[in-house]
Design a binder for this molecule. Structure first.
Ligand code: G6P
Length: 611
């Protein structure tokens, strides 16, 4: 959700912090602020984007080699200047930035008010910094002790950074449930929600674990648990490349990421199979491979686009490996008292690896004895750390809030997983196994080809950019794609869109169809092609406008549709990987034509670390 960045060293902190906030803005963008320590502790904050903050602080005193910044996605209190972070303590000697939620803030606040504290914001965060100051002055302990004791009283999730005027060369960070990574440079340290603000300065990082407090002072990093146990930080090298965090000539990150898919899909397969020898190995299954191969049932838990990838995986695993699969919204699964057996395998899918509901679903299923397998994109994030085994998707950093390349990388990896399980179980013939592996190798070129329809898609977007509703239809493997296409359009263009199984349309959405309604249909030449053609006829009979995604060379649908977008022929089970691409482009162009902020759509955040 919110983004955190902090610096302590010998350079001016402000330029590093503001640049870091720009990199983290995808996590939240309703307000932003900075705090700088330079004899005094100065806080500047503003509702709006990081650029609004930068304009606001232009004439201010921005000196200081210690500082921190925050970009917010509001949970408690509306997004205004007052509620923006950093927040001061009562005396204004301490300041805090926070990502997460303090659940018991109301009772702590009531207690502090009795002690004479007054609050300037409606946030839970401000309560925490007041509590730290209260302990610091009343118990009379060093700052790190006050932080540790205060965190012992707090229920909830947090990643925090604290600065104090009394300790001008000290920076304290702590994590529970929200990520914190510490970058270790030469005589300087960086703290951030993820590595993107850090990679430019150092490749050496240490991820804090839940319940750990980092104290950086006198050029040293020390880590303790909230329970006062000393920990040796595990320093690792970042693989991330700086170019991956820049737009590289594209107008938006989303467009860049759509166009990166031939490469990102190839990266997600690289080194994992050899189609000539018919071998496939997802190394991350480790000793848990037998568990998953012998599972009686697989449960997939995810949110948003990752849930759609999970649905493709359900079709793949049932189809190829013949294991029953249930796909669950993590937020529902965690609270609805589901039946979970010890021999169940739960696959958690998450681009960010930080989604709070998915993490909670993992913990719940783990506590019931299930084996948890993660499919994540962000290396070192919380979900891969919480699972028994897993695999990374290797799509590279995804900055656009609407997920594109992460989806196709997830589907690629899940296809490999389904194939590996099926192969080990003997539920797939050797020839079919090799046939799919062969076809997988050609997917990057086929996605490249699908991208060539861009101009045509732009023309279609021109025609329908003012539509009030869109319907997306698909059957079989086309159905999750229809859901994902509709989600993309909703997220970035704010046009209402629904994805539906094509045949199910008759049981409701057909009532919405008139001459104003564009209907996007996945109508590739596969199993249910003729049935989809009938569904197209049903739409046409009601004067709906048809935009069909068809297999190259199709003539039948061409006759019926207002527009067709051709994609190269591929195996039915791999259709999602290619057919989703025109839908991503359609949503992108419509949103741009409507003047929407494609990379930072309103109200959304890339990483949802609150439930
Ligand atoms: C947010 C993002 C979506 C994403 C979903 C799940 O809603 O805006 O793009 O699909 O979270 O995120 P995850 O990181 O778990 O895949």
């Amino acid at each position: 959700m919110c983004g955190i960045v902090a610096y302590i060293g010998k350079q001016d902190a402000y330029p590093i912090i503001i640049k870091g906030l720009q990199r983290l803005e995808y996590r939240g963008y309703d307000s932003a602020g900075v705090a700088l320590l330079n004899g005094s502790l100065n806080v500047y904050k503003k509702a709006g984007k990081v650029s609004d903050l930068a304009a606001f602080v232009k004439d201010k005193n921005l000196s200081g080699v210690v500082g921190m910044g925050h970009t917010r996605w509001a949970t408690h209190g509306e997004p205004n200047d007052r509620n923006a972070h950093p927040h001061f303590s009562q005396s204004k000697d301490f300041a805090i930035i926070h990502n997460g939620i303090i659940e018991n803030y109301a009772s702590i606040k009531a207690e502090l008010m009795k002690q004479g504290h007054t609050f300037e914001s409606d946030t839970d965060t401000e309560v925490l910094v007041h509590l730290i100051e209260e302990i610091y002055t009343k118990v009379n302990v060093p700052l790190e002790e006050a932080v540790r004791l205060a965190l012992g009283e707090v229920v909830g999730a947090y990643a925090i950074v604290i600065l104090s005027k009394n300790d001008p060369n000290k920076l304290i960070a702590a994590r529970k449930g929200s990520p914190i990574v510490v970058g270790i440079g030469k005589d300087e340290f960086f703290v951030a929600s993820d590595a993107t603000p850090i990679v430019e300065y150092t490749k050496n990082v240490a991820y804090l674990n839940d319940g750990e407090v980092a104290v950086i002072s006198d050029g040293k990093l020390t880590v303790k648990t909230i329970g006062n146990e000393i920990k040796i930080p595990f320093v690792q090298e970042l693989e991330m490349k700086l170019e991956a965090l820049e737009k590289g000539g594209y107008e938006h990150f989303m467009l860049k990421e759509i166009y990166e898919q031939p490469r990102s899909i190839a990266d997600s397969m690289r080194g994992r199979f050899d189609s000539r020898n018919g071998t496939l190995k997802l190394g991350g299954l480790r000793e848990f491979e037998t568990k998953i191969v012998n599972a009686k049932r697989i449960i997939i838990a995810a949110c948003g686009t990752s849930w759609h990838a999970g649905m493709v995986a359900e079709y793949l695993i049932e189809d190829l490996a013949r294991i029953p699969v249930e796909v669950e919204y993590a937020s529902e699964f965690r609270y609805r008292n589901p039946v979970i057996y010890e021999d169940d395998v739960v696959i958690a899918i998450s681009q960010s690896g930080e989604t709070a509901d998915t993490l909670a679903a993992i913990e719940m299923a783990k506590s019931k004895g299930a084996t948890i397998f993660g499919v994540c994109n962000v290396v070192g994030s919380s979900i891969p750390r919480a699972t028994h085994a897993g695999t990374y998707t290797h799509a590279g950093p995804e900055i656009g809030v609407a997920s594109t390349k992460a989806f196709t990388a997830q589907v690629t990896v899940l296809t490999l997983l389904a194939l590996q399980i099926a192969h080990k179980r003997g539920s797939i013939s050797e020839s079919r196994f090799r046939q799919i592996l062969n076809e997988l190798e050609s997917i990057p070129q086929k996605v490249e080809k699908a991208l060539q329809s861009n101009d045509k898609i732009l023309a279609i977007a021109q025609e329908y950019k003012n539509a009030r509703n869109f319907l997306y239809l698909g059957r079989g493997y086309g159905f999750p794609v229809a859901l994902e296409g509709a989600l993309k359009l909703k997220e970035i263009s704010y046009i209402h869109a629904e994805g539906y199984p094509a045949a199910e349309m008759k049981h409701g959405p057909i009532a919405l169809i008139d001459a104003e309604m564009p209907v996007v249909v996945i109508a590739t030449k596969h199993g249910s092609y003729e049935k989809v053609v009938s569904n197209i006829q049903e739409v046409r009979a009601r004067k709906g406008k048809i935009i069909a995604i068809v297999t190259e060379g199709d003539t039948q649908v061409k006759e019926l549709a207002d527009y067709v977008i051709e994609i190269p022929e591929t195996d039915e089970i791999l259709v999602p990987l290619v057919s989703v691409v025109p839908l991503q482009l359609l949503a992108y162009h419509i949103a741009v034509l409507r003047g929407c902020n494609v990379d930072q759509p309103r109200n959304l955040a890339k990483s949802v670390t609150v439930e």
